[in-house]
Design a protein around this ligand. Structure first.
Ligand SMILES: Nc1ncnc2c1ncn2[C@@H]1O[C@H](COP(=O)(O)OP(=O)(O)OP(=O)(O)O)[C@@H](O)[C@H]1O
Ligand SMILES: [Mg+2]
Length: 369
């Protein structure tokens, strides 16, 4: 297996910059996930690695070797697409064997490679069927199997699960994760599904408009987003963002949020110290906001008053959407069943250890890390 390195790579299509000065390494045996909204340049990044698209500038190397001008077939990378096309008139076995036959692989090796890939993907009972007699998930596994039998240096996968229904998606996702462990393979995987990214990735690359926003482990991306975009892109719903003014008075750091004032305890004050005296955008995830019975006016400097807008029961949790007094909307996630009628007053306590602050101009995180 091999490392893939994008060295200051850009791709322009006419006036559109699809990928903008990307410097990135997919390390050997890493499961690297490219995540971002539609049009942010994920597929283009992958296709340039595969050699299906020429970089406008920059270089690409595979396994330490300059591959910038290599033909796709000489890069030894296997690509799995969203719209996998299986040969309908061939059996699963023949579909898996096809690429090997093209490369004049000896028959005994074909037998061994196909059976080994089929075993890894649970396809053995299906080897004599044709694609039309397979479920969507089974077909997707055949497409994966075709990549597998090639024993490539690395796998490039572009939303390979997006054609599957939710249940199959979850199953196949699990299988991919197991497969990655077994093969110790380098996988670069494109998705706009944050659950896939969080569950599969060794590291996530968050992209926006062709520009990398953050590269880090799933935990770090979620817990310490580098900017507002990353903060709101991950999490369902995303992080709550509220304009505030941070002030320090007689040793206490507090946040003025609309007409309310929230005192920050020492640990979070230390993290946000750099932003003292400034306007910021505070960020807090729905699971770190707790809704409770209303308290008297200003009795608790650690909590905020809010009014319920809407309660969404989801079975295992409840989303409580509330308004602060100046039309700022927040969402709290509660694992408890919560019922309150719209308009009723509640108190919001914040788990301030998980409070973030962003620069209102640059949107970059301004907390100490
Ligand atoms: N062949 C092309 N010609 C012109 N523009 C292109 C071409 N391919 C991609 N683009 C543009 O480049 C940008 C990045 O496209 P890309 O397909 O890499 O996005 P993506 O992140 O994979 O999006 P999606 O999640 O929708 O698949 C988009 O603005 C797209 O319209
Ligand atoms: Mg794409």
């Amino acid at each position: 297996m091999a490392e893939i390195y994008w060295d200051n790579v850009s791709k322009r299509f006419g006036s559109v910059t699809a990928v903008d000065h990307l410097t990135l390494t997919a390390h050997d045996q890493e499961f690297l996930v490219l995540l971002g909204p539609s049009g942010c340049g994920k597929t283009t990044t992958l296709r340039m690695a595969a050699g299906l698209e020429d970089a406008t500038e920059g270089r690409i190397s595979v396994g330490g070797r300059d591959a910038t001008h290599l033909e796709p077939k000489d890069r030894d990378l296997a690509m799995v697409f969203q719209n996998y096309a299986l040969y309908p008139h061939m059996t699963v076995f023949e579909n898996l064997a096809f690429g090997l036959r093209l490369r004049k692989t000896p028959a005994a090796d074909i037998q061994r490679l196909v059976h080994s890939a089929a075993a890894q993907l649970g396809l053995e009972p299906l080897l004599q069927r044709r694609p039309s007699a397979l479920s969507g998930g089974q077909r997707q596994r055949v497409a994966l199997g075709r990549a597998l039998v090639r024993q490539p240096k690395a796998f490039l996968m572009d939303e390979p699960l997006s054609n599957l229904d939710a249940t199959l998606r979850a199953q196949t996702r699990l299988q991919l994760k197991v497969l990655h462990r077994q093969l110790a393979a380098t996988i670069v995987y494109v998705t706009h599904d944050q659950t896939e990214a969080m569950t599969l990735a060794s590291r996530i690359v968050v992209m926006r408009d062709g520009v990398v926003q953050q590269v880090d482990t799933p935990e770090a991306i979620y817990d310490r987003p580098a900017n507002q975009f990353v903060a709101s892109f991950l999490g369902t719903p995303g992080m709550n963002l509220v304009p505030a003014q941070l002030t320090r008075t007689s040793g206490t750091l507090s946040a003025a949020i609309g007409t309310q004032r929230l005192e920050l305890p020492a640990d979070s004050a230390r993290r946000l110290e750099r932003a003292a005296g400034r306007s910021v955008v505070l960020g807090i995830r729905p699971e770190h906001l707790h809704v409770g019975a209303p308290e008297g006016q200003g009795t608790n400097p650690m909590s905020l008053r809010a009014r319920v807008r809407l309660v969404e029961p989801m079975g295992h949790e409840t989303m409580v959407h509330v308004d602060l007094d100046h039309d700022v909307q927040l969402t709290a996630r509660s694992i408890h069943h919560w019922s309150a009628s719209p308009g009723s007053l509640v108190s919001l306590s914040l788990d301030t250890r998980h409070l973030h602050a962003f620069d209102p101009e640059t949107e970059v995180a301004c907390e100490a890390r």
